[in-house]
Write a protein that binds this ligand. Structure first.
Ligand code: NAD
Length: 377
């Protein structure tokens, strides 16, 4: 019987776990023995007792788990000490940040680990159930709105009362992928007036269908990649975008930026010149802060207040801000991925290398870097 191990996350900012009690049960139903490190679900409010009631075994330390595991699921990329504990031939599934982690990938290959990178799961309809980038970005978009609401000195909805009328808060969302769409929907539900912008023209209809206004900027040819990701703008296009964004930012109480470029540094969209034109007390949430930042001066894990009183929130791990649900979604993504490739007769993970999903996300196998994008680096 194959054994799956979910260690306790070691990064201090990580709140999520790679397994929830409900998915532990489903993995056991597939015929997998499940081992969870003591306290793995502590920060997301899943107790060891709940994992045990689902049929999992708890181990006291990571070493004991790694020594027994055929499959490892974890949220963050493995640290050097985790790598040292992994057995040759183990299937390791986690976020890996493969564009920036060449050494880690080469180490995984040389240790004969089959590594799947969650970031590289194709954004296709078939793979939606295992798309961890989407499940987590969705929650980050929600959290960006609830946190901004908490940091504002104004409420979101319009209120007409005998004491007077309060106008609705004005939100401006830059970057309308999964997180941006959820931010729009959440801000609308709470009664804000919402505007949004994205360089991909196809997004305009989606913005309108949520009842928000699309800010039109003629940037010329922008387009998107065949995976639906934004292409990098030229410096001239980015300058034009900045000028147009400045107007929408100046009228907003909250600006949420989510603009990312897959595998590359996020574009710097709001510079000091734009921030200088914003109102005192307005709140800016930079969701791209961990991949370089969309906002000049935003800092990971900090709230920075500009000279003119704009609060820039550069929260770390916003995806895990509501860890109970984030863990549940992520654990489902892990389960769906394993289940999709599970050979019920052989009771083993089937490396179907002709499969488009696996081709997209399997980075190392049998001692080599098998993914064409990272091989030979
Ligand atoms: P992302 O996190 O890579 O980027 C967020 C948004 O920022 C994107 O919409 C991008 O266009 C935008 N952006 C980049 N540069 C910008 C700039 N200078 N100004 C303004 N906006 C900018 O995106 P994501 O949420 O991971 O989504 C990526 C793509 O994948 C989208 O097309 C999305 O619809 C698609 N997707 C498809 C599926 C599916 O079909 N199963 C699932 C999820 C996502």
């Amino acid at each position: 019987m194959k054994r799956l191990f979910a260690p306790k996350e070691t990064h201090p900012a990580e709140t999520r776990a790679a397994i929830a009690p409900s998915t532990a049960k489903k993995l056991i139903d597939l015929g997998i023995e499940v081992i969870v490190e003591k306290g793995a679900g502590q920060k997301s409010d899943y107790s060891d007792a709940e994992y045990i009631s689902s049929g999992a075994n708890i181990v006291d330390d990571a070493k004991t788990g790694y020594n027994q595991a055929d499959i490892v699921t974890r949220v963050r990329k493995p640290e050097a000490e985790d790598l040292a504990m992994l057995k040759a031939g183990t299937l390791h599934i986690s976020f890996l940040d493969p564009f920036n982690e060449t050494e880690l990938i080469n180490n995984l290959a040389s240790r004969d680990i089959a590594a799947i990178s969650l970031e590289m799961i194709p954004r296709s309809t078939l793979a939606q159930k295992m798309d961890a980038l989407s499940s987590q970005a969705n929650l980050a978009g929600y959290a960006a709105v609830t946190l901004s609401a908490d940091r504002m000195t104004k409420i979101l909805p319009m209120m007409m009362t005998p004491s007077g009328t309060i106008s609705p808060a004005r939100y401006f969302i830059i970057g309308v992928g999964v997180a941006g769409l959820q931010a729009i929907a959440t801000a609308k539900r709470l009664g804000a007036r919402v505007e949004a912008f994205d360089t991909r023209p196809v997004v305009e209809e989606q913005v309108k269908s949520l009842g928000a206004k699309f800010v039109k900027v003629d940037l010329g040819d922008t387009g998107q990649t065949d995976q639906g990701y934004a292409k990098e703008l030229t410096p001239e296009q980015l300058e034009k975008q900045r000028q147009e964004m400045a107007k929408a930012c100046a009228r907003a109480d909250v600006v949420i930026t989510t603009a990312k470029l897959f595998g590359r540094k996020a574009p710097l969209i709001l510079n000091k010149e734009v921030l200088d034109q914003m109102q005192a007390g307005s709140v800016l949430v930079d969701l791209a802060v961990e991949s370089g930042g969309n906002v000049e001066g935003s800092k990971v894990g900090e709230e920075v207040v500009t000279e003119n009183g704009v609060r820039i929130l550069g929260l770390e791990n916003l995806e895990g801000y509501y860890p109970k649900d984030a863990t549940l979604m992520l654990a489902s993504n892990f389960y769906n991925l394993i289940e999709h490739f599970w050979d019920t007769e052989a009771k083993d993970f089937k490396y179907d290398t002709d499969d488009e999903i696996l081709k997209g996300c399997l980075i190392t196998k049998d001692g080599t870097v098998v993914h064409e994008r990272f091989a030979g680096k």
